[in-house]
Write a protein that binds this ligand. Structure first.
Ligand code: ZN
Length: 259
């Protein structure tokens, strides 16, 4: 399983607190989740690299993409967002973390605003496993407590998820659907809430275990879905049951059609 961890890597460059928490970048901390996982090979990419490190070739050789972004969502090029979306449709898994709820790729895949309420007050977050038999929750206790996290509160304007694996409660009283799954085309998508850059959340071994579980869940080894350019006309003589044309027609047998 080839995992690519993408991080905008801007807070680490501009803020001493974040750099102290994540000297190897958030992508470096996330990579540690897989260091004892013999079935995973991990690479990382950041916004500053050519094509944001998300070249056609790199994405073709990626089974699961993990995404952390926050202040630089607008700097991600639309062309590369479309490229990532195409790979998700084809079957690449996508794990979107924390402030990635407002990333272009997540919003375009969801088709909804993906907005929420929030507060940065170092609150306790109690992350409840509400779907204990789900592979993403494998090996976890009934809940995980994170001592300091940013609050994200409902309503979270996403489409109704395929599955809800985690719900968070925060010290200030709000709740949030913190771990939710979707499928787009052949691609499995997991959104996972924790991971504010001002706190050491990605050094928490239980959080890393969830991200590792999610990567295995999102890995789809089956053949890719058809692309938009693979939409063939089937002439009437080649139908599974060959038939005569009835009524008027605008298209020729075998023509490409419109896109
Ligand atoms: Zn945050």
């Amino acid at each position: 399983m080839k995992i690519l961890i993408w991080n905008e890597n801007e807070h680490e460059m501009s803020n001493a607190l974040v750099r102290r928490l994540y000297p190897d970048g958030i992508h470096g901390a996330l990579a540690a989740a897989f260091k004892d996982d013999g079935s995973a090979s991990v690479s990382t990419a950041t916004l500053a690299e050519p094509e944001h490190g998300l070249t056609e070739e790199k994405l073709r050789n990626t089974d699961v993409l993990i995404w952390w972004g926050h202040k630089a969502h607008g700097k991600v090029s639309d062309e590369i967002v479309a490229r990532v979306q195409q790979r998700v449709w084809e079957g690449m898994g996508l794990i979107v973390l924390h402030s990635g709820h407002f990333s272009k790729i997540f919003r375009v895949l969801m088709g909804t605003p993906c907005s929420l309420s929030w507060r940065e007050a170092g609150e306790v977050e109690r992350l409840w496993v509400i779907n204990r038999n789900h592979p993403i929750a494998a090996g976890l206790p009934p809940f995980i407590e994170i001592q300091h996290e940013e609050m994200y509160g409902e309503p979270f304007t996403i489409p109704e998820p395929m599955e809800t694996v985690f719900v968070s409660w925060f010290e200030g009283g709000e709740v949030f659907r913190s771990g939710v799954t979707f499928q787009r085309g052949a691609g499995r998508i997991f959104y996972f809430r924790p991971g504010h850059e001002a706190y050491p959340t990605y050094h928490n071994l239980q959080i890393l275990q969830i991200i590792r579980n999610a990567a295995h869940w999102a890995h789809n080894p089956l053949p890719a879905w058809r692309t938009v350019n693979d939409a063939p006309n089937v002439p009437h003589g080649q139908a599974p049951v060959p038939l005569q044309v009835k009524g008027p027609r605008l298209h020729e047998d075998g023509e490409a059609g419109y896109r």
